[in-house]
Design a protein around this ligand. Structure first.
Ligand code: SF4
Length: 379
């Protein structure tokens, strides 16, 4: 125990001096069960957050739009997907999406976040790209001021496959049509042994990393995420963070025009998820204390390279998100207005937050709040 304490203290001192910690050191922190040591880790994360980005807590006024839940894949954590002929399947047309964007603009949204299932019918004229291009182009034509944050690396690979073109051609075409940035979702855990269990049909880790890095080279900023709390080990969680850190280091070293803007932990919500994984995990809702510990370690591991860390209030509730702001997070996310993917999995955090609610949650912590845009510029 004395040895353990000395080790943890050494690792925390190293981090507080501005050094990156190693994978072994990250696993050592994450493995701690002792509450006093966990508290010391959270305090270090909070201090690093303060040094790296200050006390201000940011938020974005945005609207989430999931344009279809029809999906060819069958991820074992997903309660959102439907077959086209299944009850509850939907595929929004452009008019419906423009109507939703109009509502968003009325409440002052600066961002539309758009992701959907991999719908093999998303084709026009025999190719899928015009559908996606049309979505982007029509939103931008109606609301040029809106930032369009859309399409995960998995969706980019799907479009490229359907159209028989390269990832670079898909990304360039979407960027030219008005895509502003990409969510770094579909990362789940960047370990192909885990992916075989939770998302065997998805792109592998190497393709996810390739598409995100390509986006950075082409001038499309991305976020980064981790789906935590299912079958992965602590070692795999830290190796996931190490790959994100390395990706960011590459973007900086090669002087790419854009890079990762933020890191978000997305804890697994099992309540309505397919039974095999739910039973294997044995938990319906995230273990918030474990999420907070991971949040703190992620700040310590990544903070020198990815400054902005955001909790998911949809998954751990606003109370969990407020606690995360004391464990290394500096952003509380967006208003969303609607959310389907996690809510259909049984998440209880809600689907919409008013600006006032977010501001009040931040004010309780006696920290200033600040509206930002998608790429973290203050508004
Ligand atoms: S997580 Fe995405 S890709 Fe996987 S089944 Fe659900 S909608 Fe499809």
């Amino acid at each position: 125990m004395v040895y353990q304490q000395a080790t943890i203290t050494d690792i925390l001192n190293k981090a507080e001096q501005g050094e990156d910690i190693s994978v072994i050191e990250g696993v050592e922190l994450l493995a701690q069960q002792d509450l006093t040591l966990r508290s010391a880790i959270a305090q270090t994360a909070d201090r690093l957050r303060q040094q790296q980005v200050g006390d201000t807590v940011t938020y974005v006024i945005n609207r989430n739009i999931n344009f279809t839940n029809i999906c060819e894949q069958h991820c074992s954590f997903c309660a959102f997907r439907r077959d086209a002929d299944q009850p509850g399947s939907f595929w929004l047309d452009t008019e419906q999406i423009i109507a939703k964007a109009t509502e968003a603009v009325k409440i002052g949204a600066t961002e539309i976040c758009m992701q959907g299932g991999l719908n093999p019918q998303a084709k026009l004229d025999g190719a899928s790209l015009p559908y996606y291009l049309k979505l982007v182009a029509e939103i931008k034509a109606n609301f040029p001021q809106l930032h369009l944050h859309a399409f995960s690396p998995q969706e980019i690979q799907f479009i490229a496959r359907e159209d028989g073109i390269s990832y670079e051609q898909v990304l360039s075409a979407l960027k030219d049509a008005g895509l502003g940035s990409m969510p770094g979702t579909a990362a789940e855990i960047l370990d192909d042994r885990v992916r075989k269990i939770i998302c065997p049909e998805k792109i592998n880790s190497a393709v996810w990393l390739e598409i995100i890095s390509l986006a950075h080279r082409l001038g499309i900023p991305t976020t980064s995420t981790m789906l935590s709390g299912h079958v992965e080990t602590e070692q795999q969680q830290i190796e996931h963070l190490a790959q994100l850190r390395s990706l960011q280091q590459t973007a900086i070293a090669l002087n790419y025009p854009t890079k990762i803007t933020e890191f978000i932990i997305l804890p697994f919500v099992g309540q309505e998820a397919p039974a095999p994984l739910r039973h294997r995990v044995g938990r319906d809702q995230p273990d918030v204390s474990q999420v907070l510990h991971l949040t703190a370690v992620a700040r310590i591991f990544l903070g020198n390279w990815i400054a902005n860390h955001q909790p998911s209030w949809v998954k751990i509730g606003l109370s969990g998100a407020k606690q995360a702001l004391k464990c290394g997070c500096n952003d509380i996310g967006g208003t969303l207005m609607e959310e389907h993917i996690t809510t259909m999995a049984g998440a209880q955090g809600g689907t919409c937050m008013s600006v006032e609610t977010l501001q009040e949650a931040i004010a309780v912590l006696a920290r200033p709040h600040q509206q930002r845009n998608t790429i973290y510029e203050y508004l």
